[in-house]
Design a protein. Structure first.
Lengths: 120, 476, 418
């Protein structure tokens, strides 16, 4: 059994949470949280942490040289840098619109990378 | 490249000498090792035109200070450089300092300084309500003033270039040899031949002098730290407020600048490195503690920047100006510490005179001593602004919002004779980035305009030349 | 001279929300003057997500949040002038602006909304000794270079200040391939959200050094390194704790200052603590018909609150344009005992709505009581688990309470032991 200490980021209170995990990495218990959101956050953080990824993608022929992009939903945390490598390979042609899919299903995660601004 | 006269050093002294010589039918070059003029002691000093009572009677310092202060208003008028005859005070806070004030008054009279007065505390407060109540009396110097030293240098260089002089930037003199009666200057831009050389290399004038075998120039590098306060603190002083020199040192001054900021400083610390203008915490603390003494309402909340300058103190304690005893056509203009800025117009006049003693030449058929006034949108009336934008729409786009500087003014600064090539160069010519946000907003726009006007990629633009890159490669 | 009912200065989230609300309330002639080349303000470069959770119930990036308002503005007949800088607001609300297509513009306004935002505190204000080489910049400037211009402002980075912008930039630079060596924070606590400390620093193993500051910068042309040192309880560097960190970039994230030069010149009185105008519950300044909202009024941490505040200002401006005047009796607000300031600074006694008081505390408090009083009367008291200077708090005062308080009385908000 292992113990993991973390600070909950669900709200500004920032509860100090302790999670007990068994040898296979399954959560046995969550303590220290003061609400349900804390429990959910702690379980997710210990089993499959995910993060929103935001960056920019090169655009040719637009009013700006790059367009901001984001992952439509969070991607596995350990894949952030691999996703960046994919994002850095892409080059778009202007115009680009809000919500345009820049990369579909990045690295098989099922998550699309989408544009978050207009380039004209 | 072959010139009649090579002036080494694009500080205020070199630039004004170059301007003086540009009137004659000789070819003149101003050699500067940095990416712009005014990059050494000229850009970081008190920006004061001294009355002339400080220097020992009979010295070159004393003579050239008094003469320079007399010439300064006219030179600034010709070159359209801001100058203000705000007057200065030396404040006495004790009876012994009151004695010092009397001695300074007498020395001033001996040096030929006009319009000096000793005034009592009441009169001090009438003129300067924010001076400490501890003040006993003061020496009021009515001829003293303030000037922008880098603007003076830039304007003098522009004027010289307009008259046909060459400005060679990034041109560092590495060695000098003599061939067939001429000097060959080995520089970072290649070899440059000159019949006469004027050494105005500031902190490095000892090294340049040694290049022709003259070891007589001995200098000590002395650093001074300064704080610059926001314009909202400019009301605290109208005159330049000095403290009495005493056994503890020279004290610090509190002065308005021609742009309406408040400048306090300097510290005085000898150091080995001639080029290191890093500020030091102790120096800055010294400055603020001294400034409090003169004007208790000085508050660091108003600080928008701090900086340090190096002045080269000659071991002889006087300016070293004249023909080298070791090399026939070589003039040293060295050890130009305070009051060097005040004296600069007189130094140029003096050097012109001694050079013409050996160099035969005559005035050009046409030359000018004036530099056209740059566009200053912030000082214009509504109708002037309207007309200006109608003429050129670039003056309608404000780039620096703290100082209200337009794109048109920045383009002018880049296209001017000996124009700006880097962000600091634009800043010194236009004040873009000099306000309270210190370029936080306009810095990237200035980079963009420089890149566009110079036809290079944005990441080739520097802060002040050399390796002072602002951004690296593209992210994507 | 042009005539408008409402001139909004600044087309960021504050200006857009104020203009839209005024439009909704029936104001006919509205113009937004924006100095950048597009609407959106600083949000355009804040490409990270986390905006809009309160207002839209979704997690948007900055440009997406701004984009929703930009679309709305262009769907109305609100006039917009971008690349237009306001130079002056006269005593009788004549706004002078300029750009490179109209030249000089003078606009007579019935009401003006100030929504100019804020600027970052620069290096000079910190008095860090050392070299003034290149490579020292505010985090916001760096953010513009990376996210808008598409250039790397540095490769090895130290960040001073652990506010949210500093933390966000630590992650942003890391993802783009830079090495962030440390984030130094002068205070013993971070000014940023816990979420950002975890997701921007801990995720990438970037050390957060609390009670630590940069005491010197080194480098001839470009920055070569910084000296950092720990500070004592008076925030003074402790001799002997200095450490040299090689880096080519120092990013400063050391505070934001409302941009009130225009307001000051227009005769608008500022609050000593917020550095923003002092306003009533409709965000009207002491100058009749001049309103303020967003970061020019007080520095916010959440854009959602900016929107909320600006809608109030927009509504206030609409009422003013219709002829309503706030010249009746007032009560005043004051933060005491741990509460640094309150916005609004005064409330019209005849107000027709409940009023939210926004404030910040001066230090981290845990398990305390937040108390609102008028004289000896306790109006409201509630327990708080945690309050930090980094997060703006608010408390609602009911209309009926305001109505029964004596004229010129003072409502105080304070932190008390639980």
């Amino acid at each position: 059994m292992t113990k993991r200490e973390m600070v909950c980021v669900s709200c500004p209170i920032g509860c100090a949470i302790t999670v007990e995990l068994d040898d296979s990495g399954e959560v046995i218990s969550v303590s220290g949280n003061s609400c349900k959101r804390g429990d959910a956050y702690a379980r997710q953080e210990c089993t499959h942490p995910e993060r929103m990824l935001t960056s920019t993608v090169r655009v040719e022929g637009g009013n700006l040289p790059v367009v901001p992009v984001k992952s439509a939903t969070p991607v596995p945390k350990e894949m952030l840098f691999d996703c960046m490598k994919e994002i850095n390979k892409v080059s778009l042609k202007a115009p680009v619109h809000f919500g345009d899919v820049v990369i579909e299903n990045i690295l098989g995660t099922g998550v699309n990378i989408i544009a978050t601004n207009e380039i004209y | 490249m072959k010139y009649g006269v090579a002036v080494i050093g694009g500080g205020v002294v070199g630039a004004l000498i170059c301007r003086a010589l540009s009137k004659y039918d000789i070819s003149v070059a101003l050699l500067e090792k940095a990416n712009d003029v005014a990059m050494g002691a000229t850009k970081a000093n008190s920006a004061i035109v001294h009355g002339g009572f400080d220097a020992k009677t009979g010295t070159l310092k004393a003579k050239l200070n008094v003469r320079g202060t007399e010439l300064m208003p006219e030179v600034c008028k010709q070159l359209n450089v801001p100058y203000r005859n705000n007057g200065s005070m030396v404040l006495a806070f004790s009876d012994s300092e009151a004695q010092t004030v009397k001695q300074l008054y007498q020395r001033g009279v001996d040096n030929g300084v006009p319009k000096l007065e000793i005034i009592d505390a009441e009169r001090v407060h009438e003129l300067e309500p924010y001076v400490s109540d501890e003040v006993k009396c003061a020496l009021l110097s009515n001829t003293a003033g303030i000037v922008c030293p880098y603007e003076l240098t830039i304007a003098a260089t522009e004027n010289a270039v307009t008259n046909g002089a060459d400005f060679l930037r990034n041109c560092e003199v590495k060695a000098i040899r003599q061939e067939n009666g001429a000097y060959i200057l080995e520089t970072t831009l290649g070899e440059i031949e000159a019949a006469f050389v004027i050494n105005a290399a500031g902190n490095h004038s000892d090294e340049v002098s040694a290049m022709v075998g003259d070891d007589s120039v001995k200098l000590v590098s002395r650093r001074g730290d300064y704080y610059l306060l926001d314009k909202s603190f400019g009301y605290l002083a109208d005159h330049t407020l000095f403290q009495c020199p005493n056994e503890m040192g020279k004290g610090a001054l509190v002065t308005p600048t021609v742009d309406g900021n408040l400048l306090i400083g300097p510290s005085a610390v000898d150091q080995d490195d001639k080029d290191c203008t890093d500020t030091e915490a102790e120096g800055l603390d010294f400055v603020i503690s001294k400034a409090f003494k003169s004007v208790p309402a000085v508050n660091l909340r108003g600080a928008i920047t701090s900086f340090a300058g190096i002045r080269s103190h000659p071991t002889t304690d006087d300016f070293i100006i004249g023909w080298s005893e070791k090399s026939e056509h070589f003039i040293n203009v060295a050890g130009i510490e305070s009051p060097g800025l005040s004296a600069a117009p007189a130094i140029a006049e003096y050097v012109e005179k001694i050079l013409l003693g050996k160099l035969e030449c005559s005035l050009k058929e046409s030359y000018t001593l004036s530099r056209p006034a740059p566009v200053r949108f912030r000082h214009m009336t509504k109708s002037e602004r309207e007309a200006l934008i109608k003429k050129n729409s670039a003056y309608g786009r404000i780039i620096c919002r703290c100082e209200t500087i337009t794109e048109g003014e920045i383009i002018d600064a880049i296209k001017a004779p000996a124009g700006a090539r880097d962000v600091d160069g634009v800043k010194r010519r236009t004040r873009a980035g000099m306000g309270r946000c210190q370029g936080g907003f306009c810095g990237s726009k200035v980079v963009e305009i420089l890149a566009r006007e110079l036809g290079v990629d944005k990441n080739e633009i520097t802060k002040f030349g050399g390796e002072s890159k602002i951004i690296y490669e593209r992210t994507k | 001279m042009l005539n408008y009912d409402l001139v909004v200065i600044g087309g960021g989230p504050a200006g857009m929300a104020a203009a839209l609300r005024a439009h909704e309330k029936g104001v006919k002639k509205i113009i937004i003057l924006e100095r950048a080349d597009s609407l959106g303000g600083i949000l355009e470069q804040c490409i990270h997500t986390g905006f809009g959770l309160h207002y839209f119930g979704e997690e948007l990036s900055g440009p997406e949040y701004a984009g929703r308002f930009i679309t709305q503005v262009y769907d109305t007949d609100i006039d917009v002038k971008v690349d237009t800088m306001v130079l002056d607001i006269s005593d009788d609300n004549v706004v002078t602006a300029c750009n490179n297509f109209d030249g000089l513009l003078t606009i007579k306004a019935t009401a003006v909304v100030l929504a100019m935002g804020c600027r970052e505190r620069p290096r000079g204000a910190l008095s860090i000794a050392g070299s003034r080489c290149s490579g020292i910049m505010t985090a916001g400037t760096a953010q513009k270079y990376v996210n808008i211009d598409g250039y790397m402002p540095g490769k090895t980075v130290v960040i001073l200040g652990s506010g949210d912008i500093g933390l966000i930039m630590a992650r942003r630079m890391t993802l783009e391939g830079a090495k962030v060596k440390a984030v130094c924070e002068l205070m013993p606590y971070s000014g940023g959200l816990t979420r950002n400390i975890v997701q921007c620093l801990e995720d990438f193993g970037i050390p957060l050094r609390l009670s630590c500051t940069v005491v010197k910068t080194h480098g001839k042309d470009r920055l070569e390194g910084v000296t950092v040192a720990n500070v004592d309880e008076h925030l003074k560097p402790i001799p002997g704790t200095e450490e040299y960190i090689p880096c080519d970039t120092l990013m400063l994230s050391v505070g934001l200052i409302p941009e009130n030069e225009l307001s000051k010149n227009a005769g608008v009185e500022l609050d000593r603590i917020t550095n923003g105008p002092s306003v009533d519950e409709y965000r009207q300044t002491v100058k009749p018909g001049v309103f303020a909202c967003g970061n020019v009024l007080q520095v916010h941490d959440l854009v959602d609150y900016v929107t909320e505040e600006s809608q109030i200002a927009g509504e206030g401006a609409a009422r003013y344009i219709e002829g309503e005047r706030a010249d009746g009796e007032k009560v005043y607000t004051e933060g005491t005992n741990g509460v640094r300031y309150i916005v609004p600074q005064r409330i019209n006694k005849n107000t027709d709505k409940d009023v939210k008081l926004y404030f910040r505390v001066g230090q981290v408090f845990r398990n305390v009581k937040l108390t609102v009083k008028c004289g000896d009367e306790v109006i409201l008291s509630r327990p708080k688990k945690k309050m930090t200077p980094g997060e703006m708090e608010n408390v609602l005062i009911k209309t009926d309470v305001i109505k029964r308080l004596p004229a010129d009385s003072k409502i105080t908000v304070s932190v008390e032991e639980a």
